[in-house]
Design a binder for this molecule. Structure first.
Ligand SMILES: Cc1cc2nc3c(=O)[nH]c(=O)nc-3n(C[C@H](O)[C@H](O)[C@H](O)COP(=O)(O)OP(=O)(O)OC[C@H]3O[C@@H](n4cnc5c(N)ncnc54)[C@H](O)[C@@H]3O)c2cc1C
Length: 376
């Protein structure tokens, strides 16, 4: 493969924007262009959950001041997910260690002492205890909240995140081209050029396919081999909605409960409570799915349907095309906090591939430590 001077990222979702920002942060001299659709046409979720790995990436590796992030995006803090299924009333997946801790005065790990009672997880660790009290943080000795890195994530409105990432991309000197991919032309290396609906033709040495589930370059144009995870992972559709918070406090965690042919979630953001039902369309029709969601959340307003498929392309990098985010792989939205971090994993943490023409330069953005006090 020839040396890479020009990178073209197609798709302005979370994955595409993060890929472009990461490339420019690592290789400021590289030409990085991004083809982005206007935001209003996007497959934007009302709310998305991001884990501590995302915070680590955005605040440390990209050096974005947490206060700037909080002011721009307005996230709610989350400690994990409360799963309302199984033999007990619930169990918690928390971002901090919980049943796998061992306290100094106890002989065995915490999990050993968790009973079979219906509410056995109510106070099994600090995060569960906080969730049970509807609180995100303890107070420290000075009366201020104790914020410990790695123990919390964010619930955030995806559109606000996309707006901020777009600003970061422009700041990092990513050239943003508003437009829609109409056609991708091929050659022996993979893609030779793409054409936008406006007629504009764009060429690059490396194309990053960040077009989401459509996978327009890696999947549609190159016809890369796709491995489906169905029927093992049978959910392929979701009905989503939201409702005003009213007098309810902001829950410090997501809630997920089992449904007949899938599962129902609730994620709190500051202005609204969002909810959804992911289900297998082979086992449940859309009306039943919506009825199940409304039975659980009667205040849910207007709903919309999202279709998805679960699986991955066997080669995420094929010729001169790298697939990223949902364009490369998608698994249960239940676990989909991962894809938003993929660009960081590929272009952030891993060394820049040797085929890139210019030697890695130090990022101009200075990483900054997330100090608890900064957030107060
Ligand atoms: C129901 C559900 C719940 C989810 N919950 C979460 C969650 O809580 N946390 C989480 O991290 N993830 C969640 N996900 C996954 C989430 O969608 C991904 O993490 C994230 O949005 C992937 O980003 P992406 O950039 O790969 O794809 P997308 O967000 O789909 O972005 C694709 C981009 O490509 C653009 N595009 C498409 N076609 C063209 C074209 N022809 N020309 C130009 N641009 C084009 C689109 O406009 C869009 O901007 C959920 C997914 C579903 C279905």
């Amino acid at each position: 493969m020839k040396k890479i001077n020009e990178v073209l990222v197609v798709g302005g979702g979370v994955a595409g924007l993060l890929a472009a920002i990461n490339l420019k942060a690592k290789l400021p001299a590289l030409s990085v262009r991004l083809v982005a659709h206007p935001l209003e046409n996007d497959f934007a979720l009302d709310a998305m959950a991001v884990t501590p790995a995302f915070l680590d990436h955005i605040h440390h590796e990209l050096g974005l001041n947490p206060l700037t992030f909080i002011r721009a995006v307005g996230p709610a803090f989350t400690l994990g997910t409360r799963y309302q299924w199984g033999p007990r009333d619930f169990f918690d997946y928390t971002y901090e260690f919980q049943i796998d801790t061992k306290y100094a005065r106890l002989r065995r790990e915490t999990g050993f002492y968790v009973g079979a009672g219906a509410r056995a997880f109510e106070m099994v660790g600090p995060a569960s205890a906080l969730m049970s009290h509807g609180r995100a943080f303890y107070r420290g000795v000075d009366g201020r909240p104790e914020l410990s890195e790695g123990r919390f994530g964010y619930h955030l409105p995806q559109k606000a995140l996309l707006n901020l990432l777009m600003e970061m991309a422009k700041h990092a000197r990513v050239q943003v081209i508003k437009g829609k991919l109409a056609e991708a032309r091929k050659n022996d290396e993979g893609i030779s050029e793409i054409q936008l609906e406006s007629g504009q033709v764009l060429k690059a040495d490396l194309y990053v396919d960040a077009t989401g589930l459509q996978s327009l370059l890696l999947g549609k144009a190159l016809e890369s081999k796709y491995e489906s995870f169905a029927p093992g992972l049978a959910c392929d559709r979701a009905v989503v909605g939201s409702f005003p918070r009213g007098q309810e406090t902001v829950a410090p965690n997501a809630f997920v409960s089992a449904a007949e042919a899938g599962w129902i979630w609730r994620i709190d953001t500051l202005p609204t409570i969002t909810c959804g039902h992911a289900y297998s369309s082979a086992h449940c029709d859309d009306q039943k799915a919506e009825a199940a969601l409304r039975a659980k959340y009667p205040n849910c307003g207007a709903t919309r349907l999202l279709n998805f498929r679960q699986g991955r392309y066997e080669q995420a990098w094929s010729g001169n095309v790298v697939g990223i985010g949902s364009a490369a792989a998608f698994i249960e939205p239940l676990a989909a906090a991962g894809p938003a971090v993929h660009p960081g994993a590929v272009f952030g943490k891993v060394d820049v591939p040797p085929v890139l023409a210019r030697p890695p330069a130090r990022a101009r953005i200075t990483p900054m430590k997330l100090h608890p006090r900064v957030l107060l």
